[in-house]
Ligand binder design. Structure first.
Ligand SMILES: [Zn+2]
Length: 274
């Protein structure tokens, strides 16, 4: 599933290949690619010019000149590609937007949990994204306030990290990796985490996701926008996620797996004690 660093890589790719392009034709090939909350069919995008590509957490939006924008959520398997029209359609092509340079911005989604929607704004943020808190890289991210919100909760810290209304963009993989780095047990109650530990957790979130951004950000040097799935980061840098039974790289204790908020949590029972 694409997480914040992958979505940011997509944003940069779209910015590189689509900025200031006008959409000349739209073809929708699957009804589920359009979010039911879209204020009009995607065909209404004809004539719109992409003036900016923005992101909050895992939501992307193409700014089309106020008051409209095109919001995208990649779901489990959504991808954008910019292709020459001569290139054969991908098997799971859902939406084709032809640009004024004849290239096609294609939305491909095997599992169709992702969606596109024409949307209006609430302030600077699309209404469909307005419930989502700023992510840790945004200027509007208020670190002091978010820490206070964390410390006032009695839920498990892992659950709070995944809560998109507190801080957006931290998915399961980055949550486990950050907790391992900060040496915090994922089931620790938020109000039991010291301010120092919480700060080291926030720093871990920043460094884990920045590292993934650097690695993902170099991978689109052609018209293929690398959008999806496992970025290079996952191949060699995971310390906890998906490593059940393998030795912790700090202490050698086998990594364990428990379930919190219906998601797998991977942690070292020695380094991350309650
Ligand atoms: Zn350990």
């Amino acid at each position: 599933m694409p997480e914040l660093p992958e979505v940011e890589t997509v944003r940069r790719g779209l910015e590189t290949w689509c900025l200031n392009r006008t959409i000349t034709k739209v073809q929708t090939l699957h009804h589920r690619a359009t979010n039911p909350r879209s204020i009009s069919p995607l065909s209404e995008l004809v004539g719109a010019t992409i003036t900016k590509v923005s992101r909050r957490g895992k939501f992307l939006w193409l700014e089309l000149g106020r008051p409209y924008c095109l919001v995208a959520h990649l779901g489990m398997s959504g991808q954008f590609r910019v292709q020459e029209p001569s290139i054969a359609d991908e098997k799971h092509l859902r939406v084709r937007m032809t640009l004024d340079n004849t290239q096609e911005l294609r939305y491909i989604d095997q599992r169709t949990f992702g969606w596109l929607a024409i949307n209006k704004y609430e302030g600077d943020i699309p209404t469909l994204v307005s419930e989502i808190a700023p992510d840790i890289f945004e200027e509007s991210f208020d670190r002091t306030l978010v820490k206070a919100k964390f410390r006032s909760r009695k839920s498990e810290i892992k659950r709070a990290l995944l809560d998109q209304s507190l801080m957006s963009g931290v998915g399961n993989i980055y949550a486990d990796e950050s907790l391992w780095r900060a040496k915090i047990h994922p089931a620790t109650s938020c109000d039991q985490v010291s301010p120092q530990k919480l700060e080291s957790l926030f720093r871990a979130v920043e460094s884990v996701m920045s590292k993934a951004l650097v690695e993902g950000g170099t991978s689109f040097d052609s018209l293929y926008i690398n959008v999806n799935g496992e970025s290079g980061y996952f191949a060699h840098s995971l310390e906890a996620y998906g490593r059940t039974g393998e030795p912790c790289s700090r202490c050698g204790t086998p990594i364990e797996r428990i379930v919190i908020a219906a998601r797998s949590s991977h942690f070292c029972p020695h380094c991350q004690r309650m």
